[in-house]
Design a protein around this ligand. Sequence first.
Ligand SMILES: [Fe+2]
Length: 287
Amino acid sequence: MLRKLEKTLFSKPVEESGMILGVVIVNIIHLSDLHIGKSKNLEKSHIIVDWILENQKLHQTRLVIISGDLVDDGEVWQFEMAGGLISRLKDAGYLVLVAPGNHDYGPDGYREDLASKRAFREMISPVEEYPALFLESGQAFVLLDSMEEEMERREVWGAQGCLGIDQLQRLDLLLDELAENPAVENIVLVLHHHPFDYLFYHGLRDHADLKGVISRREGQAPRVNALLFGHKHLDHRFNDPEDNKEELFGIDLIYASGQTVERDKDGKMTLPVIDLEEKTIQRFLIS
Ligand SMILES: [Fe+2]
């Protein structure tokens, strides 16, 4: 299954060296909810990309993960803008992985449209089946589509997500296979919808089933080492050791990115960089 999924996502085989342009991947730049097409979000996204390209020494990675709502209404002109932004990173040697969000699959984030889903696949990410796996430097990055089953339920409008039993079963099998692979150091799971958002019109309908699949089994290593998502526009690390909070599901790092293009009261945007070795998050502030 690993080989099949690798081929699904990437046209070229995984590099034996485990490096992208000579950089070992330990850090992840995590962007989310850029909502390109709305107000000045494109302009602000380009400022973020400028910072990434100019500050390689600070973030020390060539991997950018975008946890959905890349665009605001799932329209072709918005994907064109977003594609231009992603190309700037790719042209500089960055690997960019994008999980789809509710706003990528239709207007206003709650009117799902299969044409938007097709445009996302054609213009942003060629993944045909989720979970989609990418292995790099001993790190396994697994993308989910939290709109997969939601697209089948279009009679109920809302900003909810639903992974569906089929995708969860494929994830369960994939995590079993990764657990048996001694080359895998960390498993990083990425989805758009927030598994700890319980508002009916906003949450992940099958969050409990997802948690069942990814929970650490007694006496075994974690099923997932890092769980990354967005959707709620609220930056929060759930199991921050400094907060002295209980660990959740045996996952080392659970992180909700805020909306990266949102400015705080001082006019700064927050760019989180995740260190997979230390399981820490460094937040850089961008003007
Ligand atoms: Fe969303």
